[in-house]
Design a protein around this ligand. Structure first.
Ligand code: NAI
Length: 363
């Protein structure tokens, strides 16, 4: 019988271990969990392993990949959709990279709605007030979503699921995506418009596109300047899509009326960690946290039972396919630039719907 494939899991939390331990007996694998993130310094922990399994804030830069190659690691299995933290050029021809392109667009889309409802109606503040026996509702006035214009940036699996949910709120939906999905737009009564129009006309803007070199800081003083005064911005995609310093200036001036952020551009040192016994050294994050109209969460939009179970299953299937020399259906390669469906993908985002698609770069 073939040897077990040895996998070093990095940046693991108790919930990762639970979900993978629950299914690992079905696979011919040996797993070792490390709590540390995968970085150039920690990469040597992968000695003796065939594969590494990594997550969103692991640092798979060229140096890490060269160390992994020297240790004979042959596979990087991302237990997430995104691969913006993997230097694909460095990995090319050295090792395979696989990921989980779709595990639950509902988890993230539903969470985005939750962020907005909480932020707009001040539920997070009301919860705290009531616990202090303060039953005043001063300062908690929100706005009806009904009749408002929503701008969705990125209409892949999550963006379209978000649009589907919005259908129940009686809103107008605008969208921008370099690969418009006109069929879905017709079904969802969503209108594709140029970015300038989306910025100009939207009351709420929600980001659902991958981070690529081209859209780094796409939300900045210039684009915020084109938006309506009081616009709400939601980001459950990637922190670096927003220039946080520019967002802070816009919050201070009132140009931005609220921000719901599940991601932050320098999140790696803070998100997912209990740092309650330490102060915050990141002054930008600290300033952002002072705004009553900013709701920050710690990259948890994906975190549902269904999503976590799917991530474990698909990650293990990817590893088994590699082990058995089968076609890697969730392979990513150097030629995927994150802005268009992967050259290995079976379906095309531009013609797919949230039920069936599986395509380019993501979480
Ligand atoms: P997807 O690959 O299905 O769709 C992405 C869409 O964005 C595609 O239609 C693509 O054409 C479009 N796009 C690419 N570049 C764009 C640009 N510059 N402007 C506008 N649109 C652009 O990806 P999916 O699964 O819908 O994920 C979307 C985002 O959600 C990803 O960035 C991912 O990182 C994030 N995510 C966050 C999670 C969380 O827990 N907060 C969990 C899962 C994903």
């Amino acid at each position: 019988m073939q040897d077990k494939i040895r996998i070093a899991f990095f940046d693991t939390k108790p919930y990762d271990r639970l979900s993978f331990d629950a299914i690992k007996e079905r696979y011919h694998v040996e797993i070792v969990y490390f709590e540390t993130r995968l970085t150039p310094a920690s990469a040597k922990l992968a000695e003796g392993f065939d594969a590494v399994c990594a997550f969103v804030n692991d640092d798979l830069c060229a140096e890490t990949i060269h160390t992994l190659e020297a240790l004979n690691v042959r596979l990087i299995a991302m237990r997430c959709a995104g691969f913006n933290n993997v230097d694909l050029a460095a990995a090319c021809h050295r090792m395979k990279v696989v990921r989980v392109p779709k595990y639950s667009p509902y988890a993230v889309a539903e969470y985005t709605i939750g962020l907005l409802l909480c932020l707009n109606r001040h539920l997070h503040r009301a919860f705290c007030r009531i616990r202090e026996n303060n039953f005043s509702i001063n300062g908690f006035m929100g706005f009806d979503l009904h009749g408002k214009t929503f701008g969705i940036i990125g209409t892949g699996k999550i963006g379209l699921t978000f649009a589907q949910i919005l259908g129940g709120f009686g809103v107008r939906i605008l969208a921008s995506d370099p690969f418009p999905n006109e069929k879905a737009a017709a079904e969802l009564k969503m209108e594709y418009v140029p970015f300038e129009t989306l910025y100009r006309e939207s009351d709420v803007i929600s980001l659902h596109c991958p981070l690529t070199p081209e859209n780094h800081h796409m939300i900045c003083s210039d684009t915020i300047g084109q938006m309506k005064t009081g616009v709400f911005i939601l980001n459950t995609s990637r922190g670096k899509l927003i220039d946080t310093s520019d967002l802070i200036e816009a919050l201070k001036s009132g140009k931005v009326g609220g921000a719901g952020l599940d991601v932050y551009e320098e999140e790696a040192d803070y998100f997912f960690e209990d740092r309650s016994d330490r102060w915050i050294n990141d002054d930008v994050l600290a300033r952002l946290m002072t705004f009553p109209n900013v709701l920050i969460t710690s990259h948890q939009a994906f975190f549902t039972r269904e999503a976590v179970n799917n991530i474990a299953e698909i990650t293990m299937d990817n590893i088994r396919d590699f082990q058995e020399g089968r076609e890697l259906v969730n392979d990513v390669c150097f030629h995927c630039d994150g802005t268009r469906p992967c050259c290995h993908a079976k379906e095309n985002t531009a013609t797919s719907n949230p039920e069936t698609s599986g395509s380019s770069a993501s979480r």
